[in-house]
Design a protein around this ligand. Sequence first.
Ligand SMILES: Nc1nc2c(ncn2[C@@H]2O[C@H](COP(=O)(O)OP(=O)(O)OP(=O)(O)O)[C@@H](O)[C@H]2O)c(=O)[nH]1
Length: 363
Amino acid sequence: MSGGRILTASNQPSPEDGSDALLRQTLLEYQAILDNASVGITFTRKRRFLHCNQRFSEMFGWSSDELRELPTEILYPSQEAYEALTRTARPVLGSGERLDLEIEMKKRDGGTFWCRMLAKTIDPHDYSKGTIYITEDITERRNAQEALLRARDELELRVQERTAALEMANARLHAEIQERKMAEQQIRYLANHDALTGLPNRRLLEDRLEQAIEMARRNVHQVAVLFIDLDRFKPVNDLFGHRVGDLLLKAVAVRLRSLLRAVDTVSRVGGDEFVVVLPEMQSAVAACETAQRILLALARPYSVDGHELRVTPSIGISLFPANGIDADSLLTAADTAMYRSKHTVRGNFQLYQPDMRATGVEA
Ligand SMILES: Nc1nc2c(ncn2[C@@H]2O[C@H](COP(=O)(O)OP(=O)(O)OP(=O)(O)O)[C@@H](O)[C@H]2O)c(=O)[nH]1
């Protein structure tokens, strides 16, 4: 670059005091430029220093005179670092391109720091003419970059930790909600079912019966209610104990449930009392046929805890709408018919008749 200016200067018509003075003047100007540059500048030839500018001396601790003829290798923290740079730089500089890289360099006192290095051969066709290196201390920029990266990593870590904590809290909350839902389900189940047999209790029975009545009203159907009371159940408890009595009640419940359709409700409403609701009944005859089936099935022997037990039921039947138009009156009518049955012939069924109340058979 300086060559161009010098040639231009030398082509000017020479003043009286000759071109030497002009050349000296130009060299002084270039020296001033080099010494006032804010980047370090060195000239090297055959891997040895020729000279450097003021800023370079400040950066590395070598004066231009001290540096002269020293091998360029002294500016690198290790032999390996120097060789790596040489491998990178040679093809770039050899092709006349500008080398531009960031590299760790070594000061005279052995301390290292990061530099941006720009280098170009003065004549790519003649390597021996030397190379110019421009070096800029980028320690502050790199420190700032590293601090920024560290801050970003820390932030990312904190975000990850916070996310993980939130996920855990979320999972805990989810588990608690599930637990609560299950507890609520359990409470609802217990409120509506008999603990011994698992059948619907009176409360759920009444709901289901109301629903069946509502449906039957709309579809002009009948609903049958069968009140079932086991005969002479007390002696089972007395003879075999309460535990065996419980097992027998459970066996009755299972048998009853297996006899009926899914739409039918089988409930336990008292000690040895069960109520069956048969929605969509076609006739009283159909209800009586179901009662008969129940009688036969429940009367078959039970094998309970090594004992063969027998128990018969007495059944009372009421029908919607003939014997009542709400759950309460239908249950009362079926109960009344059951008592009539029990006090007539045990192990039988009775269809409710209005005169049963008048004759005062209910308990
Ligand atoms: N094992 C057991 N027994 C119960 C339970 N609940 C009530 N009982 C008993 O069941 C019996 C029911 O009474 P009743 O229906 O009057 O007795 P019963 O011998 O069947 O008399 P009838 O119905 O007139 O034939 C009582 O002895 C109660 O103690 C229960 O959960 N488990």
